[in-house]
Design a protein around this ligand. Structure first.
Ligand SMILES: Nc1ncnc2c1ncn2[C@@H]1O[C@H](COP(=O)(O)OP(=O)(O)OP(=O)(O)O)[C@@H](O)[C@H]1O
Ligand SMILES: [Mg+2]
Length: 429
């Protein structure tokens, strides 16, 4: 019997004694003092009984607490050489006892089950019903099997878990092995291929039809009309550059999406980066007589990929120039948010790009980052837009664990704010 069990049994024994004492005391007192003492005796007996029951229950709670806090029995040692071999595997791997307790979890499994998974029950570290049900089946003696499952946060990841039962060893008994294969890259490639074909064919059909139409016209009745030829060739040139830009943007989007589950490792000062992005767009701003105001600010370091973040800020500044007021202003603001919980302990850096354009209706704001979504298709086309800019921004920010916030007032303008996790140290760029 454990310490806790002994304590619990002892306290219950005390409570039985209390009840017996009360039962004997009451009639005794009545007999000695006459019927007038009946009330006093009963009360006394009840108080005594209550007191002893209370003492007994406190004792029982202490005993239970002692049982819970008792050190867990050590897992029987897992052979160090087996441990060393399994640590070399790139795939996450767990070895379970038949009770469901994790005997061994290699380092590759830490992103899935945490670094402290050993000696815990599988259901305490992996909350995926598909896998837990398969584990139960194999624990009950079922055949080897594999199950596919998906984690949705922080970014979507797809896995397949392979479960098998092994005879183990005389000291360990039977064991359950679970090996995980990361299918994220393969799945993403399949989805993107399908999306790419659908989007590209849809968006290319219109300019392609225009070009084919003009070729026919040039071969037909415009054959001897130099003025019409020049005009049609001009339109064909615009349409073909639009197609080229579209393909470039789609390829860029595909590349970013394929890489989205690999967090970036570099460090970038966003203040300097936004200045460089604005400098590259100066000719476009000048053409619309737009002035870009960027305040002086101390460096703000974020963890990120410089080229991708350059794409983010160029897109936002270009949109602010394109859809802002002609001869208006585009204002940039920088800052830091305070610490927000453990994951964002270093706080976040934000960059806001504000324009004085017509603004965006509130109900379409959530749709802006969809591929090919344009509030005003004609205006976007006239400005050479493909409707992919903000979709690219969204995917880059997903990869950076950042986010985009859009605020807009019709008739006054829009503010696009990027939030990115701050790097621990200031960037030297
Ligand atoms: N600052 C803004 N003010 C008003 N509308 C905007 C602003 N930024 C974006 N939009 C709207 O959102 C749509 C989508 O923007 P997005 O950047 O994805 O595409 P685009 O600018 O049309 O083309 P691309 O960026 O591929 O050249 C735009 O067509 C426009 O209607
Ligand atoms: Mg754009």
């Amino acid at each position: 019997m454990s310490e806790g069990d002994r304590g619990a049994a002892g306290s219950w024994r005390r409570s039985y004694i209390a009840a017996a004492v009360a039962a004997v005391t009451a009639p005794l007192v009545v007999a000695l003092a006459g019927s007038s003492a009946l009330v006093i005796a009963s009360t006394l007996a009840l108080v005594l009984a209550a007191l002893f029951f209370y003492v007994a229950s406190v004792g029982q709670k202490e005993a239970q607490r002692a049982t819970l806090n008792a050190p867990r029995p050590e897992v029987v040692g897992f052979d160090p050489s087996a441990r060393a071999i399994l640590e070399c595997l790139d795939d996450p791997l767990l070895v379970l006892e038949t009770s469901g307790r994790i005997l061994f979890a290699n380092r590759s499994s830490h992103p899935l089950v945490g670094a402290e998974a050993e000696r815990k029950h599988i259901s305490a570290v992996l909350r995926t019903p598909e896998v837990l049900e398969a584990v139960s089946r194999v624990l009950l003696g079922g055949a080897s099997e594999s199950v596919a499952f998906t984690f949705l946060v922080p970014v979507q990841r797809h896995y397949r878990a392979y479960l098998a039962r092994s005879e183990g060893s005389p000291s360990l008994g039977p064991l359950i092995l679970i090996q995980f294969h990361d299918l994220t890259a393969v799945r993403r490639a399949e989805e993107l291929r399908a999306d790419f074909v659908a989007n590209a064919s849809h968006e290319l059909r219109t300019p392609l039809a225009a070009v084919v139409g003009f070729i026919d016209t040039l071969r037909g009745h415009a054959r001897n009309d130099p003025e019409a030829r020049e005009r049609f060739l001009g339109i064909m040139s615009v349409e073909t550059s639009r197609m080229r830009r579209l393909i470039d943007d789609l390829l860029s989007l595909t590349r970013i999406e394929l890489n989205e589950h690999n967090p970036p490792a570099g460090e970038v000062d966003v203040v300097a980066l936004v200045r460089d992005a604005a400098a590259a767009l100066a000719p476009l701003a000048e053409a619309d007589s737009v002035r870009i105001r960027i305040p002086d600010h101390e460096p703000l370091a974020v963890t990120g990929d410089r080229d991708e973040l350059m794409q983010v800020f160029q897109n936002l500044l270009h949109n602010a120039i394109k859809y802002g007021r002609t001869a208006g202003e585009v204002r940039v603001t920088f800052g830091r948010t305070g610490p927000q919980g453990k994951r964002e302990a270093a706080g976040q850096v934000f960059v806001a790009v504000e324009d004085e354009g017509e603004g965006i209706p509130r109900d379409v704001i959530p749709r802006l980052t969809e591929r090919f979504y344009r509030v005003d298709i004609k205006r976007s086309r006239e400005r050479g837009g493909t409707g992919l800019g903000l979709a690219i921004v969204k995917h880059i920010l997903n990869r950076h664990q950042g986010r985009l916030q859009v605020e807009s007032t019709l008739g006054q303008g829009s503010t696009f704010t990027v939030f990115l996790p701050a790097a621990a140290e200031p960037a030297s760029r």
